[in-house]
Design a protein around this ligand. Structure first.
Ligand code: ATP
Ligand code: MG
Length: 291
């Protein structure tokens, strides 16, 4: 059977424009005008290899985590899978459909949540969700019922459902983004830091909801997070990405087993992450430490 999501040697680079701000300009005596900051008009061009030759498959119903430091390429990868970025080379397929050639079909399979979620900021949470319900083809009354149910489930305050989004806290906006992605039972969910900025209780609510959706609808999930406990709790398998490259792909248990030492000390996922990304805190250098 075809894997739900397949990345085959996918790569993506960006030409990053850099603004040079220099202490430039001189007075009529040829001396530097101190304190005058002038923007360079000509930007220098730097190429960033955001994702380098990444290959992996996610099975239907699997929750696949992507962990990596800031700027390691997680969002770029998610954006390629969700058809928002075109890979420079390699292929990405969702249920056998190519993200470039069959873009619209792929979009029908996928719901995505990201921190920079696009909304009508002047409209309220409820209005945004009603709009989404219409797009998904839900009957209006059913859409309303579903929106209320999910918001309540995520602990979104009832008193805020009619407040325009621009007047909501970041965490509340994040909940609306999650609610929108779960208005229908999606075939594939791409969650780019879904719980970043949420309080601990809300985090739990979201995690439980994701698990429930997966268990009841066999939804395939790709999730990025900086929360190691969350990854450990939710993910069937985890990929660790560093500088655009996958440095490990395995179940959380196997990843920890890899770095178990002879004294029976099983590292936490965080310790494994430090090891794999070369960001070891000093104390982590001490092998066999019981801390
Ligand atoms: N549109 C863009 N134009 C230029 N460079 C980009 C663009 N998007 C991402 N990059 C660069 O690509 C690299 C990977 O960025 P990406 O957003 O994928 O990282 P990330 O792993 O999601 O990081 P974070 O944990 O901070 O969300 C970074 O060096 C970033 O500066
Ligand atoms: Mg990101």
């Amino acid at each position: 059977m075809t894997a739900a999501i397949q990345c085959n040697h996918a790569s993506k680079s960006f030409r990053e424009s850099v603004r040079n701000t220099e202490n430039a300009g001189s007075d009529h005596n040829g001396q530097r005008a101190l304190g005058r900051i002038v923007d360079f008009v000509m930007p220098s061009r730097v190429t960033v290899e955001a994702v380098k030759d990444v290959s992996f498959e996610v099975e239907r119903g699997e929750i696949f985590g992507i962990l990596g430091p800031n700027g390691s390429g997680k969002s770029t990868l998610i954006r390629m899978i969700s058809t928002l970025l075109i890979p420079d080379s390699g292929t990405v397929r969702v249920f056998g459909r190519d993200v470039v050639a069959d873009r619209l079909e792929v979009r029908r399979y996928i719901n995505r949540v990201s921190v920079e979620a696009a909304f009508f900021k002047k409209l309220s949470a409820m209005e945004n969700l009603e709009y989404a319900a219409r797009l998904y083809g839900l009957e209006p009354r059913e859409g309303l019922r579903r929106a209320r149910e999910i918001l309540a489930r995520l602990g979104f305050p009832d008193s805020k459902v009619n407040v325009s989004l621009e007047n909501l806290s970041r965490g509340m906006q994040q909940k609306v983004a999650i609610a929108r992605a779960l208005m229908t039972a999606p075939v594939a969910l791409l969650l780019d830091e879904p719980t970043t900025g949420l309080d601990p209780v809300s985090k739990r609510d979201v995690q439980d909801f994701v698990l429930e959706v997966c268990n009841t609808h066999d939804t395939t999930v790709i999730l990025t997070t900086h929360d190691m406990e969350e990854a450990d709790r939710l993910c069937d398998r985890i990929a660790v990405i560093n500088n655009g490259e996958f440095v490990a792909v395995d179940s959380p248990e196997n990843l920890k087993d890899r770095y178990a030492n002879g004294n029976g000390h099983l590292p936490t996922l965080e310790e494994v992450f430090f090891r794999l990304t070369g960001r070891s805190p000093d104390e982590w250098e001490i092998e066999g430490d019981d801390q």
